[in-house]
Design a protein around this ligand. Structure first.
Ligand code: ADE
Length: 223
């Protein structure tokens, strides 16, 4: 998969893609990630990318021209163009799965007070990572790239993501434990040491259900 990210702050991404699983996925050519500073596409003599809003109001608004030109240069028949905005559809694991099957993603990071609405005309999807407002789309872009890349076949053991929270079964993950058996007086549940895999599966399922009822009852309505 190829992912092109349009941002005014490419330096924010250093670190996020240079470690651990994403770094390995890039090295193994499972994913190619390119950063594009759309300021470089501005035709303004001062490389301006924003302007004041029509109708008045606070802050600056991203203009169409640099983003349109940058997308035009990158877009092919296989591209899906995503705009990150707090007004988008709320991102979830199902969308991550769907997007992990795409060949090419173009992700546009908004910044400042917002963007000219006409930019949505060149986008296939507007996404928000949750009901809170960040200073820009850079952190949401990292969230998308991380959650999508781990689902690309061969990036991590497939069993790991089949057992993830938020899969089709809409249950949170069950609790897990590792060595030692007792830590500061807290013991690992006996059943996990029993070797009885039927019992272990039952216990895990019940714990998932309990946890979901307690923390995310909204998920149970989706089951
Ligand atoms: N830009 C600012 N806040 C955002 C959010 N919650 N999701 C996506 N993009 C954003």
């Amino acid at each position: 998969m190829k992912i092109d990210i349009l941002t005014l702050f490419p330096n924010m991404f250093s670190g996020a893609f240079d470690e651990s699983i994403i770094k390995r996925a890039i090295e193994d050519k499972k994913v190619e990630i390119n950063l594009h500073n759309f300021r470089d596409y501005s035709l303004d003599s001062h490389n301006k990318v924003d302007d004041t809003p029509y109708g008045g109001g606070a802050g600056m608004v991203l203009t169409c021209q640099p983003i349109f030109d940058c997308v035009k240069e990158l877009k092919t028949e296989d591209s899906k163009v995503i705009l990150l905005t707090p007004s988008g559809k709320v991102y979830n694991q199902k969308t991550a799965y769907d997007l992990s099957n795409e060949k090419h993603l173009i992700i546009i990071c908004g910044h400042y007070e917002g963007f000219d609405e006409r930019i949505t005309s060149i986008c296939d999807l507007e996404l928000s990572i949750g009901d809170y407002v960040l200073t820009g789309g850079e952190i949401p872009a990292m969230v998308l790239v991380d959650s999508i890349t781990r689902l690309i076949p061969g990036v991590i053991n497939e069993r790991s993501h089949l057992e993830d929270s938020f899969n089709e079964n809409y249950l949170l993950d069950y609790p897990t434990y590792t060595k030692p058996r007792v830590y500061e007086g807290m013991e690992v549940p006996e059943v996990l040491i029993s070797g009885d895999h039927k019992k272990i599966d039952e216990w895990r399922y019940n714990e998932s259900l309990k946890r979901t009822k307690d923390r995310r009852p909204d998920l149970l309505d989706k089951r």
